[in-house]
Design a protein around this ligand. Structure first.
Ligand code: FE2
Length: 146
């Protein structure tokens, strides 16, 4: 199993490429909230592990293997973000917490989260999500969070 750090880097590189078409050390440092020298060091490590192609003063790209992993982490992130929004977690928290949930969970657990999201998104089940959010709203009214 890859470390959370490795997965976070591959996901961040993938997202940068998707959003801008290229990756810079500075942008990765900002996204991952670390210092640029730490990014360079990690990129060299990911390069030697075969996940990234990184040479100083030229571009940063993912290898096929790196891209495969990044895509699967991104897919997991999307499942958890959707799940958290369905259960009423505010958007800005859902994105942040999805980045925590996307690591370390068993594949079977993730598959069930995915199935739940698909279930909740079906038209005939929208009522279910609505009822749940209504339930939460009433609960907050009678029992505000401390
Ligand atoms: Fe993430």
């Amino acid at each position: 199993m890859l470390s959370r750090k490795t997965e976070d880097y591959l996901e961040a590189i993938y997202d940068e490429i998707k959003e801008k078409g290229y990756v810079r050390v500075k942008a990765l440092a900002e996204r991952l909230k670390v210092k640029p020298p730490s990014v360079s060091e990690m990129l060299s490590r990911l390069h030697s592990q075969g996940y990234v192609i990184y040479r100083k003063r030229s571009g940063i790209t993912l290898t096929l293997e790196g891209e495969k992993i990044a895509k699967s982490i991104r897919a997991r992130h999307d499942i958890f973000e959707k799940f958290l929004k369905i259960i009423g977690v505010p958007d800005e928290i859902a994105g942040k917490d999805a980045c925590i949930l996307e690591h370390h969970l068993d594949k079977k657990t993730i598959a069930q989260f995915k199935a739940f999201v698909e279930f909740a998104e079906q038209k005939e089940n929208k009522q279910f999500s609505k009822a749940f959010r209504e339930f939460c709203r009433k609960k907050r009214e009678t029992n505000p969070p401390s």
